[in-house]
Design a protein around this ligand. Structure first.
Ligand code: URA
Length: 441
């Protein structure tokens, strides 16, 4: 029987926790025997002291086996999963899942909710009236077999350790830690049982990992865990120094994802989605990465990927008409414009600040129990590198209460830097990490 106090003390001084200690800690927390206040202290100790690769693997495996695991053998074909480390305006799952499914890959995906300043796929999906992400295992399999794709939450008793830890990390400022992110993501991916996993590791001012080297370190750790557990696994390091696409906020992001599935999306979002989708298709054995890209490009123009998303929405209880006619998503009733205070070029965006501004409008949670306003958010008219004139509209803000604008507007404006000189071009994808090493682009 472990004493949580002793483990916190050990980690506080940088000691390595044993497999037995990690087992006691995870099972005790899931059983409700270890209170949130002790786990919060442990999370902060891990945040500052880190974990070695062995501890991170133990933690991941304990979390993955903290509840039921999925045996996907009942789903025919190759099952490929994808997970992002979190970003602002990151609606890639809603695009690449349907692309891959429309090309015959099975997507049985377990997603998360918004975390800190980042949005979550479950929250975005639940902005579609009627749609549920709480689906039992049997129905989950049925939907994947019928439509090729289902995206659910940690329903039933799957990965309960991550469910509790994720919510606690969100409100204790302990999200941006390599072992905590790696174990959170990989425990869900391993429990969900897919044959192959593509990781989208974000880097930059809106990511949890702000530097390229930290992002690569996180990617290497996750790929090693995936491969060690017998799965095919690779990671792309993609840009999150700038919000992805133009929409930030749940319903607004679903609309933009659908536009992208029609081949009419913003170029940065489209490019990142095509690269991720190509890697998913490649892992599923659909050809070389470039052949897979050509396949993915085709389904963005022939409408088949939109049909797959609509079928998934319907199967999960949602109204598919919202996918066929996205004007049915009504923006929040109050609107404000943020204007450029000077002439120049957008030379930097504090993307985390943009995410916080959208949370302040009601699009995210500040506390565990907060509810989300699905219609709230931000639409960006100017992005990194754009020239601006004083008085140009930088962005439109949407909220259900005018009183929310004052704080959010200021936060948003402080996130944009306008300089006199044009800004250098940025890459959208920096590197690919596989079991064989790191390929930088
Ligand atoms: N996504 C997750 O599922 N977990 C994290 O810790 C961060 C992003």
């Amino acid at each position: 029987m472990i004493r949580m106090y002793d483990l916190i003390e050990k980690k506080k001084h940088g000691g390595a926790l044993s497999g037995e200690e990690i087992h006691g800690m995870v099972s005790g927390y899931v059983a409700g025997e270890i209170p949130d206040y002790q786990m919060s202290a442990m999370l902060m100790a891990i945040y500052f002291q880190g974990m070695n690769a062995q501890e991170t693997t133990y933690l991941t495996m304990e979390m993955a086996h903290s509840g039921d695991t999925a045996d996907l053998s009942g789903i025919k074909g190759i099952k490929v999963d994808k997970h992002s480390t979190g970003g602002v305006g990151d609606k890639t799952s809603l695009v690449i899942g349907p692309i891959a499914a429309s090309l015959g890959v099975k997507i049985a995906k377990m997603s998360g909710r918004g975390l800190g300043h980042t949005g979550g796929t479950l929250d975005k999906l639940e902005s579609i009236p009627g749609l549920t992400t709480s689906i039992d295992k049997e129905r989950f399999f049925e939907i994947v077999n019928e439509t090729g794709i289902a995206i659910i939450g940690q329903t039933g008793n799957m990965v309960p350790a991550d469910k509790k830890l994720y919510a606690l990390r969100d409100v204790t400022a302990t999200v941006d830690s390599v072992p905590l992110i790696a174990s959170s993501i990989m425990s869900k991916k391993l429990a969900a049982g897919s044959d192959a996993i593509v990781l989208d590791v974000k880097t930059g001012s809106g990511a949890f990992m702000k530097t390229l080297e930290d992002s690569i370190a996180l990617a290497k750790e996750m790929v090693a865990i995936g491969v060690g557990a017998g799965r095919k696994c690779c990671a792309l390091i993609t840009d999150m120094d700038v919000p992805l696409g133009r929409a930030i906020g749940n319903a607004m992001e679903v609309r933009e994802a659908v536009q992208t599935l029609r081949g009419e999306g913003p170029s940065d979002l489209t490019e990142v989605c095509l690269q991720l989708a190509s890697n998913m298709l490649y892992m599923a054995g659909k050809g070389s990465v470039s052949e897979c890209r050509a396949l993915a490009e085709k389904v963005l123009t022939d409408g088949s990927a939109v049909d797959v998303l609509a079928a998934m929405v319907k199967a999960q209880g949602g109204d598919p008409d919202y996918i066929f006619d996205t004007s049915r998503f009504k923006p929040a009733p109050c609107r404000a414009e943020v204007l450029a205070p000077a002439d120049g070029y957008i030379t930097h965006i504090d993307t985390e600040g943009c995410g916080i501004a959208s949370t302040m409008l009601g699009a995210g949670r500040a506390k565990k129990e907060d509810t989300i306003d699905y219609s709230a958010g931000i639409y960006l008219h100017k992005k990194y590198g754009d020239p601006v004139k004083k008085g140009d509209v930088l962005a439109e803000l949407y909220a259900s209460d005018e009183a929310l604008f004052a704080g959010a507007e200021q936060k948003f404006l402080n996130s944009y830097t306008i300089g006199a000189q044009p800004a250098p071009e940025k890459k959208l994808v920096y590197a690919r990490v596989t079991k064989d090493g790191v390929e930088r682009f």
